[in-house]
Design a protein around this ligand. Structure first.
Ligand code: NAD
Ligand code: ZN
Length: 242
């Protein structure tokens, strides 16, 4: 697959000393974690948009937790793939490196990346809806759903950002800063349908950065970017990085 675009991307990445990467569900697909819009993304025929909302949780916390239990089980069995590992190598090589992810699966951390901005939170953290405290819990299944807060007995929810919720400002600011300060941005495995992915790519272009996209198919934003490489991230990223 060593075509011209890959060689070009390899050169651009090699020259850069400051890189920001944005990843979406696509990078974990080859680890067996389904994307929301892929063929295995539905659970019991519910669309994610009908479950990953504060309204759905208020209506039926047990149902939302059952879905999360299913997702936590999938992710627990998953391991980082060559795409994740290539990004670890990139972080080791570059003086400045930030990995912004929309994923909640924790696979980048498991792979060994350090400077990670988790835009949408993390599946392994539970946040109390009453006192706000956050606990990590890797048990699958959980002792009880919905789980109870150890501090105050309130109901716990996944510490993820749901549709209609706002990403904490401190997290957005870290992502924006890393884009403003980088030379090259890589956008991997995200459809760009869910904000802020589209805006972050746009910001990179508006501030004069070279943007390289890796995806199975062209996205709504591909025409904005300098280079779109079509292929599996687990195959393309190692070709660019090693
Ligand atoms: P998405 O499901 O909207 O898009 C996934 C993108 O990845 C698509 O454009 C698809 O073409 C591409 N893709 C699929 N397989 C690929 C591969 N092997 N290599 C390269 N590209 C591939 O996902 P999104 O844009 O990340 O947004 C969905 C939202 O869902 C996010 O908010 C995220 O929090 C959540 N989500 C997370 C996970 C996870 O943590 N692994 C999984 C599903 C959904
Ligand atoms: Zn509590």
């Amino acid at each position: 697959m060593k075509d011209e675009k890959i060689l070009k991307a390899k050169d651009i990445v090699k020259e850069a000393t400051s890189i920001t990467v944005l990843t979406g569900a696509g990078i974990s697909a080859e680890s067996g974690v389904p994307t929301f819009r892929g063929k295995d993304g539905l659970w019991k025929n519910f669309r994610p948009e009908d479950l990953a909302t504060p309204q759905a949780f208020a209506r039926n916390p047990k149902l939302v937790w059952e879905w999360y239990e299913w997702r936590r089980k999938l992710v627990k069995e998953a391991r980082p793939n060559p795409g994740h590992l290539a990004l670890v190598k990139l972080e080791e090589e570059k003086p400045k490196f930030t990995l912004i992810t929309q994923n909640v699966d924790g696979l980048h951390k498991m792979a060994g990346n350090k400077n990670i901005v988790e835009l949408h939170g993390n599946l392994w953290q539970i946040r109390c809806t009453r006192c706000g405290s956050v606990e990590e819990d890797f048990n699958v299944p959980l002792e009880k759903i919905p789980p109870e807060c150890k501090k105050c007995g309130g109901i716990g929810r996944p510490n993820v950002v749901w549709f209609g919720e706002i990403i904490p400002m401190s997290i957005i600011e870290r992502a924006i800063k890393s884009i403003k300060e980088c030379q090259v941005m890589l956008i991997v495995g995200t459809s760009g349908v869910v904000e802020p992915a589209a805006s972050l790519g746009l910001l990179a272009k508006q501030t004069g950065k070279v943007v390289i996209e890796v995806n199975l198919e062209p996205t709504l934003n591909s025409t904005l970017y300098d280079l779109t490489i079509l292929g599996k991230s687990g195959e393309v990223l190692p070709l660019i990085v090693y």
